[in-house]
Design a protein around this ligand. Sequence first.
Ligand SMILES: Nc1ncnc2c1ncn2[C@@H]1O[C@H](COP(=O)(O)OP(=O)(O)OP(=O)(O)O)[C@@H](O)[C@H]1O
Ligand SMILES: [Mg+2]
Length: 332
Amino acid sequence: MGLLSLMGRDCPEAVSFLGVGEDPVPRASDYVEVDEGVLGLRLSELMDRGEASWQARAEHWSLGGGFQPKIALACFDGRWYSCEGDAATTHILKPGIKGRAFQSLVEHVTMRACALMGVEVANTEYLDGLGAVCIERFDRVVRRPFDVVRIHQEDFCQACGILPENKYTENRGPVAPDIAAAIDRFIDDPDTDKKAFFLMVVANHLLGAPDGHAKNFSLLEYPDGGVRLAPMYDCASGLPYDGPRDRRVAMGIGGVSAVGRLGIGAVTRMAKACDLNGDWCVAKVSDLSKGLPDAVATALNEVSGVSGAEELRIRLLDPVAFVCEATLARLR
Ligand SMILES: Nc1ncnc2c1ncn2[C@@H]1O[C@H](COP(=O)(O)OP(=O)(O)OP(=O)(O)O)[C@@H](O)[C@H]1O
Ligand SMILES: [Mg+2]
């Protein structure tokens, strides 16, 4: 608990761990401006050490997950701030995974392509100078610079009462219909959000993004009591590294998790298990399969000139087109 009171003052969600009798004291002066040079040093040190996260001395933020290196900061009007005291972070920076070339750029391009296709995703930007993807926190509302409201967030392991070590389906973690059932149970407008969730899972599949486990989908609980599905986050294609063959996604669709093997039977099974309209689901898988290759190309065009973008054009576009074509063939 002592450790939490030091490192858990700004968590993913609206929870702050404080010492006994302590109240949070948000102060504008706890936002300490950092220049890009310092930020660059922090990120490259993080990558070199291969550690999951690294707080600066007076920071108290903490993020779940852990596989990817990351730091949390605040950004107001284009300036970066380290969050000390009880200051709330607003953005996450990830420099990528050591040994996986341009992985942070892959995360940005994957998320951006999804956004272009109408999948609800967290806003991202690629910062070429820092070689990092910058992700806007959806559990923070910036009322004005230095005045940030925390929105409560709960991932689907928490919502389904499953321990984090069981986050993958293969470790007895929640399957897509379990998440659909939790959406039915907790969310105000379940049909809209089950459809949004369906698009997220299909996009993960078509883009060969392997890590869409139950902790990578969340609920947002607003101060007025409203509950909604959070936008998608932590979605990055694995296709530039291994290609589509023998690749699997974390969350299967109608029992199919092998990339490129999605077909009408699996989609119809998933629709039934999630109580969604089967024809709507098939039409959406078809739309995404037709549109995603162009969306990836557009996302890459937006970052043309950035180091790695040309290499990714070769390593990402063809495999995505291959998976989408295979899916379209199996839908017929
Ligand atoms: N845009 C965002 N807004 C709010 N919270 C976020 C956002 N992105 C990530 N998080 C929170 O931070 C946690 C860790 O981030 P992320 O999932 O990107 O990292 P990770 O190390 O790749 O996780 P893992 O490998 O365990 O899936 C998430 O589980 C989520 O709770
Ligand atoms: Mg994650």
